[in-house]
Unconditional design. Sequence first.
Length: 255
Amino acid sequence: MIEITAESIAERKWHEASAWKFRTCSEERSGALNALLALPQTEDEAPSQAEAAYRQLRDKLIMLEIRPGEPINDGQLAAELGFGRTPVREAIKRLEVDHLVISYPRRGTFATNVDFTELADVSEIRELLEPLAARRAASRASGSMRRELLRVADAIAELAPGQGESRDLMRYDLMVHRLIYKAAANPHLESTLIRYDNLATRIWCVVLDKVPSVSGHITEHVELLKAVAAGDADKAGELALHHVTSFEETIRKVL
């Protein structure tokens, strides 16, 4: 007899939600985009209910599926996501630490507004830590991880200019960054960079319709992934720094 537990249900819900989140109309997607959809999970694949709720809410806030300033109703979200209210409340507490939601006494909890004045602060931290993660990944990634990085680089290289929906491409951008952070083999660095990359991506999503080419931002990853896979730490660090600085420059041009 197969035992059905809360953990197994949470795992199933997480995989179903991940599959739905990264799915677009198949007739509009090329082999390159299909390959990107096959990226491995960059976080634990069997999370607890609280962790699964946290990840789903986090990514909804990052991608503006929950709009800035929108009220956060734990009961409504619990019903929508299929979790109990306790895991959702635990997730919301963590999201406050991530600066993605904010609670006010007697008013409730809301998605934080996107403050463009924070761009410089976020970029300053990323300019220091992204090159560090890239260099560490180049030095410490396992053989299987290096092969995976090359496979992802090849899939991105096949993207035609302007191909794919902008929000889908930004989801791939998140996935690639998280893959490099994982390859760096430092969980403290990984969790810190995920937090700041989330904030940067949220800023990008606000101005997404004004940015001329999201696919160009994504294809910058090709050389970075190849440098990491080749073990070229210096080049990987330089390319990671360029990617972060070009991101900030692009945002400032459209503000």
